[in-house]
Design a binder for this molecule. Structure first.
Ligand code: HMG
Ligand code: MG
Length: 311
């Protein structure tokens, strides 16, 4: 049996980050109602995990200023986890008031990027997350971690897998159930994914790791395949391929959920998410953005060799 045949028996969990990682980077103003409709359409597509928004400083990321209103507007589908990014205790308290199901915290494998994104160094940010994790645990919320710049930094260049391991391990030690190893600026390639995962899984269980790719250089799907072969079963993706980081030069879109599903469906891997459903969500929000969606599958407008999807 080939390695790909083995994968056919597996199930993958998709973390949909379009409403947060996608919309945080859009120049056009997307109304709260449009964001709510986007999240509802993604729920209807069968997503079990959606990162809905971010309770960050509105001075830093104005696109996420309406996080509480988005949470109060969405229809929560039973069995789906609706999460939000929080950078500090203030964000966590806002998230608790909005009755989020889960929060995400973000740390970096690069000191310069950490200062650009959080106005704090790596150590200071990790120290700040200790009370956030304690308070979340007290409130019964799960915490997910991100390690940004895990495959390279636009300011510092190469990032060592040992640093990624250190930061990921500390997030797990403080209570994160899972850490998303993130290629913020889309510089990673499959050989590097393999090497970084080898360093991580020497110390951390593979089922505590997820992968978060941006498709800046067209390597995101190849990186997913490298991750699958290394045993990772959770992947972040953004509907339509929306996304980027406002604090990363030239950080283009995330791996598109449609492109991920097209490959996983083709491999016979179960996700529970409908490709046509995600595509409908993306196409509904596309006219609000003022540019075409980067997803290759959305651009091709077909989800199978024989069927044209209606506009
Ligand atoms: P700061 O300016 O150093 O913090 O920002 P501060 O404590 O001095 O606060 C400044 C102002 O913001 C104050 O208001 C605070 O009250 C307010 P003022 O007194 O001036 O009126 N404030 C808040 N308001 C609402 N909610 C909050 C909050 N916190 C402070 N939670 C801070 C430090 C961490 C707050 C800021 O840098 C920040 O919010 N950063 C978030 C940046 C961000 O969201 N980046 C994009 C997401 S990360 C990403 O996309 C990568 C990822 O996808 C993975 C990958 O691809 O790598 C996850
Ligand atoms: Mg990202």
């Amino acid at each position: 049996m080939s390695a790909l045949d083995e994968l056919r028996r597996s199930t993958v969990r998709v973390m949909e980050v379009g409403p947060r990682d996608g919309l945080q980077n859009e120049a056009a103003r997307v109304s709260t109602e449009e964001k709510v409709a986007f999240v509802d359409a993604l729920s209807a597509a069968g997503h079990r995990a959606i990162e809905v928004s971010a309770f960050v400083s509105p001075k830093w990321v104005p696109q996420m200023a309406d996080a509480a209103d988005v949470f109060s507007g969405i229809r929560r589908r039973k069995g789906t986890t609706y999460s939000a990014l929080v950078p500090n205790l203030k964000g966590l308290e806002r998230a608790l008031a909005a009755q989020v199901d889960e929060v995400a915290i973000i740390a970096h494998a690069s000191e310069t990027f950490s200062r650009r994104n959080l106005n704090q160094g790596i150590e200071e940010s990790l120290a700040g997350y200790l009370p956030v994790c304690d308070r979340a645990r007290e409130a019964g919320l799960r915490v997910r971690g991100y390690v940004s710049n895990a495959f390279g930094c636009p300011f510092e260049g190469e990032v060592s897998p040992a640093k990624v391991l250190e930061v990921a391990g500390r997030m797990i030690d403080m209570g994160a159930y899972e850490v998303a190893i993130s290629d913020t600026t889309g510089v990673g390639h499959p050989g590097q994914v393999d090497a970084v995962l080898a360093a991580l899984t020497a110390r951390l269980p593979v089922d505590r790791l997820a992968l978060h790719f941006h498709d800046t250089r067209g390597t995101a799907l190849a990186n997913v395949l490298a991750g699958l072969l290394a045993g990772v079963r959770t992947f972040d993706a953004s509907a339509g391929g929306l996304g980027g980081c406002p604090f990363a030069p030239a950080a283009t879109g995330n791996l598109a959920t449609e492109d991920l599903l097209f490959m996983l469906d083709g491999l016979g891997i179960q996700t529970g998410v409908s490709l046509d459903g995600v595509m409908a969500a993306s196409r509904a929000i596309e006219p609000r953005l003022g540019h075409p969606l980067p997803s290759r599958v959305v651009q091709a407008r077909v989800t199978s060799a024989s069927r044209e999807v209606s506009a």
